[in-house]
Design a protein around this ligand. Structure first.
Ligand SMILES: [Fe+2]
Ligand SMILES: [Fe+2]
Length: 382
């Protein structure tokens, strides 16, 4: 059994380092100014998270097996080593992926030793992680993304375990009125003011909070969300550009980033996932249901809508798990949103959709409160 335990231990060390690497990847997202780079790093992050999943499952099974009271808590990533890894990133993609190569090497070693039925479970988990790491390597070395893959050296200097005060932007905000149809402007605005900021806010969660085996599931769910927001961003950008829009001509705000900054994890989830993205669901639904919209627009927002339901439900689920005092978190979130002119009192922005609220994990009491608000104050967008 000693060999079994030692293989489990080695897999666990890989898991620990891979979780730390998620933080490094996540820290790049707000500091890099190129929107394409933000999206590419988001993609890498999600591939890395898929490699983490089997190892995490293995760790859970191993712990159950050993009937160990779980007090696993990896040390935070050393800032110096994060900065070193970051410099390597700038020098070359291959160097960026040297930690990944290291995991691959370790996992291959573990896999080779699992040549017995006894070790089959370990081998399966390790090989699944390896498969995903291979995808990650392929993605990183793919010719298609070569020209823009990399991080601005000046941005890198800001890398710390804390996120920057404001995220970097490729171009200054353009205050001139765009000579484009309103619907095209909305596509661009959703790209720059919703999807990109959400990728950044999620990345700041991964960068600023400590993740370990007890909350790896949350880390994995946030990584999935980041990848889905990345997909939304890319779809919206492509459609905006197809219709003649130019990213550099868009105006933007940094409200979402500023709103979440310095808050605890549950409050951030309340501000963004639970309330912000809930309004996003209704807004997307509004566009989908409006038959006067073009089919392509309705399809885009239908596909986004499905993901957004998961994001709100992620928020609702984890806020409950993370906080013993839901009212306190609610109070903090509402007052912070108010400071940024996002009101959660008075009329509802969109007509209440109880089914969507239930899908998104709102409690019966919360839905009743929404209904009461609607009866009392009405709805803004009709
Ligand atoms: Fe989104
Ligand atoms: Fe979302």
């Amino acid at each position: 059994m000693d060999k079994f335990q030692s293989l489990l231990k080695q897999s666990e060390l890989c898991l620990e380092s891979m979780i730390a690497l998620v933080r490094v990847f996540a820290s790049f997202i707000p500091v890099t100014s190129s929107y394409r780079n933000k999206c590419q790093i988001a993609k890498s992050l999600s591939l890395l998270s898929y490699a983490i999943r089997p190892l995490h499952d293995l760790k859970i099974s191993g712990d159950k097996l050993n009937e160990i009271e779980n007090e696993f808590s990896p040390p935070g990533l050393d800032v110096q080593s994060a900065e070193n890894t970051c410099r390597e990133y700038v020098e070359s993609r291959n160097l960026l992926f040297s930690p990944v190569l290291e995991f691959k090497y370790c996992l291959e070693k573990i896999s080779k030793e699992c040549n017995d039925l006894v070790y089959e479970r370990i081998k399966w988990s390790v090989d699944s992680s390896l498969l995903k790491l291979n995808e990650l390597m392929d993605y990183a070395t793919s010719e298609q993304i070569t020209p823009e893959f990399g991080v601005n050296t000046a941005d890198v200097l800001f890398l710390k375990q804390t996120s920057p005060e404001t995220p970097s932007r490729e171009f200054p905000s353009n205050q001139n009125k765009l000579n484009l149809p309103a619907q095209t402007i909305t596509l661009g605005s959703n790209f720059i003011n919703l999807e990109i900021p959400t990728i950044e806010c999620c990345a700041s969660i991964l960068n600023e909070f400590i993740f370990d085996v007890k909350n790896t599931t949350l880390l994995l769910e946030i990584c999935i969300q980041i990848d889905e927001e990345r997909r939304h961003a890319e779809i919206l950008r492509a459609e905006f550009e197809t219709r003649g829009g130019k990213i550099e001509e868009l105006s933007f705000h940094l409200r979402f980033w500023m709103m979440s900054r310095d808050e605890d994890l549950a409050t951030r989830l309340y501000i963004h996932q639970k309330l912000g993205e809930w309004i996003g669901i209704d807004a997307a639904m509004f566009t989908v249901k409006d038959k006067s919209n073009e089919a392509v627009i309705r399809e885009i927002y239908s596909s986004i809508l499905l993901d957004e339901i998961d994001h709100v439900s992620l928020g609702n689920k984890w806020i409950r798990r993370l906080t013993p005092d839901l009212n306190l978190v609610k109070e903090k979130a509402l007052s912070k949103r108010k400071r940024f002119n996002e009101t959660d009192e008075g009329p509802l922005k969109f007509k209440l959709n109880e089914m969507m609220c239930r899908f998104s994990g709102f409690s019966i009491e919360e839905i009743n409160a929404f209904r009461k608000r609607q009866e009392e104050y009405g709805v803004i967008v009709r």
